[in-house]
Design a protein around this ligand. Structure first.
Ligand code: M6R
Length: 359
């Protein structure tokens, strides 16, 4: 039930710190080992490439999983849209392993790919929130997200739970493969920082309600921009905003705007920039100035270590590849409040169902 919450979406956003802590206690042991099926870890070790297949928000969680797994475990990863991949399968590596990310475990687009990779005899893992769901039953292995039922159509806690599981798999593989530097990726510590950081953000939701009003209450369109990991977070931030508030929102690679899309910027167009990567922070800030010079109203979501006076939203600093765990939370709340301010039903946006069981 919603308990004292007006909407499931808000309840589910608020649950994220606890979901993270639950995942740590489910899967991480005191001695640094993981509670994953050893046969799964062996099968993943044998692969020369991991293919993550998903749709919607789960696809966006997969995009974040790629740099985490590649950086920490040094295994190449491809991330594929289920609705494309099944019909336009690329030339696969010699020993592929398929990871299906799906909150519901029932998404038809993802399932049709699983049916094909099963027929080809490739090993598979489904990471899902729903025990005994179709994709869980039909894959070789399952890891549960333990996020509790997600009722709101807009996925929130499943996204952060999926990223957490991807990070745990990355670390588990790095440890068994003795990847040099693996011990520097202190995942338990990072996840405790992330859970505390999420809590701080959800506790300050009144500020986000105000910012939503200022930036999104009356606009027709909006942009989220970022580079690298912040670009992947921008894609999810914009999906959240558009699916519930009906603002035409685009997630865009910050450096790519000037190659065409910047012509859409008008006086007052809201542009939110996500800045958590010190390698690219100054370049993204440059892109923010470019859109400001063309009249955009800009909102900056910045990690603490990179924050400057005037940045409206500051999130705790994590290892860069994990930063979407915290940078996404204010964007979920902005989408939530903008939708209420515009007078729509945030839990049940028009034209959408919670799980999409047709291709
Ligand atoms: O259950 P799944 O994770 O497979 O669902 C995939 C998408 O349909 C889902 O993420 C959808 O995009 C959500 N409405 C996003 O909030």
């Amino acid at each position: 039930s919603k308990g004292t919450y007006p909407y499931y979406m808000l309840k589910e956003i608020d649950e994220q710190p606890n979901v993270l802590r639950r995942l740590v206690s489910e899967y991480m042991n005191e001695d640094g080992s993981f509670n994953f099926d050893p046969k799964l870890i062996e099968a993943l070790r044998e692969a020369d490439k991991l293919y993550i297949v998903a749709a919607g928000t789960s696809y966006h969680a997969g995009l974040v999983g790629k740099p985490i797994i590649e950086e920490v475990a040094k295994i190449p990863v491809e991330v594929e849209l289920a609705s494309e991949f099944g019909y336009h399968m690329p030339l696969l590596s010699k020993k592929p392993f398929f990871i299906y990310l799906t909150q519901s475990g029932e998404t038809a687009d993802s399932r049709q790919v699983l049916v094909k990779t099963n027929a080809l005899g490739y090993p598979s893992l489904t990471i899902t929130n729903v025990e005994a769901s179709t994709l869980s039953r039909e894959a070789d292995y399952t890891i549960l997200l333990h996020a509790g039922p997600e009722i709101a159509v807009a996925s929130t806690k499943a996204y952060t739970a999926q990223i957490t599981i991807e990070a745990m798999l990355a670390k588990a593989l790095a440890v068994v493969n003795n990847v040099p530097g693996a011990e520097d990726f202190d995942l338990k510590y990072q996840l405790s920082l992330a859970a505390n950081g999420m809590q701080t953000i959800v506790d300050a939701k009144a500020d986000l309600e105000q910012l939503a009003h200022e930036f999104f209450a009356n606009t027709r369109n909006a942009f989220y921009i970022g580079r690298g990991i912040d670009y992947w977070a921008s894609l999810e931030a914009s999906l959240k905003l558009k699916e519930v508030s009906y603002i035409q929102a685009e997630g865009f690679a910050a450096g790519e705007l000037k190659h065409g899309t910047i012509s859409l910027i008008e006086n007052g167009t809201p542009v939110a920039a996500i800045i958590t990567d010190k390698e690219t922070a100054s370049h993204t800030r440059g892109n923010v100035q470019e859109v400001e010079a063309r009249g955009a109203k800009t909102l900056k979501i910045v990690s603490e270590d990179l924050a400057k006076p005037g940045d409206q939203i500051v999130v705790p600093t994590l290892d860069t590849v994990l930063s979407p765990l915290v940078s996404i939370v204010p964007t979920q709340l902005l989408a939530y409040y903008a939708t209420l301010q515009r007078g729509y039903n945030v839990d049940q946006p028009r034209n959408l169902a919670k799980s999409v069981t047709v291709e």
